[in-house]
Ligand binder design. Structure first.
Ligand code: TXA
Ligand code: MG
Length: 354
């Protein structure tokens, strides 16, 4: 049985945090909220505890975990060789949705890094997560607290859905804010490389670093996975996803056309609309994922909406694309992956008269 401990997000009750930390200290796993998504944590320095994370999630052992810390100084005993870019990044973005990859020290077990000689480090900006790590007294390794292959959980209910009965305890701190996972940036080369777009944007990183690359693996045409986890189809809903890109007027027409086509084929169709387009559609199950003028709302709702369509049992989700600037890059990255790169260009679709 899984115990659910409700905790106040802003002022986490000491005794509740202590209760959850006791599980970690005893070598158990604990699901807990962060500002991005819920994590499934264990003592990062205890290989046996870390193995329980992989078992509960059904996660492949070759996909390394992020080590969560409660103070920036902790990187000094977990990692070595810090490039100059480390300090300004940490100063600007920690605590927050940025994970940095550095050469690891001996103390980090290979179960955490999947045999790599580098380690992923993050100080989350969530009072519950920070208090939990402090109370435990060691760094906490944690992937997202979903079953492998499911969208990351942005509410305790999602964790319950995926992992109830498989883990001893869930700290319920309500909904997460960012809604997408942290940005992962590799600092081990000459130029920092974004391996996964997330809560901290490319534009923000560039303004601090000057020079920053985006892993070419993030472009569908050259889809060569580099972060070990990127080869797995994360965020995949049960339904097939068709992602429609292009100019907004055309996206609207094409989403409606594809929805009708799929319905005619006998499919149950969900349309992932936005505030701006919600009223335009007249077929299928229509849900607004957020406001195009405020794309962080789309990031925040994305995984919950995908789960909602799955719960409603739709066969096909037709999703509107958004601009790939700011947080839009991370949103589109998750949508592209969810679609298995089944992306329709609205302009080309209309020209071909399909
Ligand atoms: O926001 C987040 O990052 C959430 C919360 C819980 O902190 N965590 C999360 O963990 O999304 P996970 O395991 O779902 O994703 C971690 C990503 C994976 O793509 C993994 O392959 C990559 O980080 N990663 C971890 N260690 C790495 C390393 N040493 N080198 C390259 N990539 C690494
Ligand atoms: Mg994950």
């Amino acid at each position: 049985d899984t115990k659910i401990i409700k905790v106040d997000r802003c002022n986490p009750q000491k005794e509740k945090i202590r209760e959850a930390a006791r599980y970690l200290i005893q070598g158990e796993v604990v699901a807990f909220p962060t500002e991005t998504v819920y994590g499934l944590g264990a003592n990062a320095l205890d290989p046996k505890a870390v193995k329980k994370i992989f078992a509960a999630k059904g996660r492949p052992a070759d996909n390394p975990l992020i080590v969560h810390i409660s103070e920036p100084e902790a990187i000094k005993y977990l990692a070595g060789r810090f490039p100059d870019s480390t300090w300004p990044l940490i100063k600007q973005f920690w605590p927050g949705p940025l994970t940095i990859i550095l050469p690891k020290k001996e103390i980090v077990p290979m179960e955490v890094t999947a045999g790599l000689d580098t380690v992923a480090l993050r100080m989350p900006a969530h009072p519950v997560a920070l208090e939990l790590i402090r109370e435990a007294g060691f760094p906490v390794a944690a992937p997202s607290a979903n079953l492998s292959g499911r969208p990351s959980p942005t509410a305790a209910e999602h964790v319950i859905r995926d992992l109830a009965g498989k883990i001893p305890v869930i700290l319920d701190g309500g909904q997460t804010e960012v809604g997408l996972e942290s940005t992962v940036i590799d600092l081990t080369g000459r130029v920092p490389v974004i391996l996964r777009p997330g809560g901290v944007t490319y534009e923000e990183l560039k303004s601090i670093l000057g020079e920053v690359d985006i892993d070419p693996g993030l472009l569908p045409e050259k889809y060569v996975p580099r972060a070990p986890g990127m080869k797995y189809t994360h965020y995949s809903p049960r339904a097939a996803v068709i992602l429609v890109g292009g100019s907004i007027e055309k996206i609207r027409q094409v989403v409606q056309a594809i929805a009708k086509r799929e319905i005619a084929r006998g499919k149950r169709v969900g349309i992932m609309a936005t505030e701006q387009t919600l009223h335009c559609y007249s077929a299928g199950e229509i849900i607004s994922v957020g406001d195009r003028d405020n794309p962080s709302t789309i990031a925040s709702n994305l995984f919950a909406v995908i789960r909602e369509f799955d719960d409603r049992g739709v066969d096909v989700i037709v999703a509107e694309g958004i601009d790939e600037k700011g947080i839009g890059l991370a949103v589109m990255n998750r949508l592209k992956k969810a679609s298995g790169f089944n992306i329709v260009d609205a302009d080309a679709y209309l020209e071909s008269g399909e």
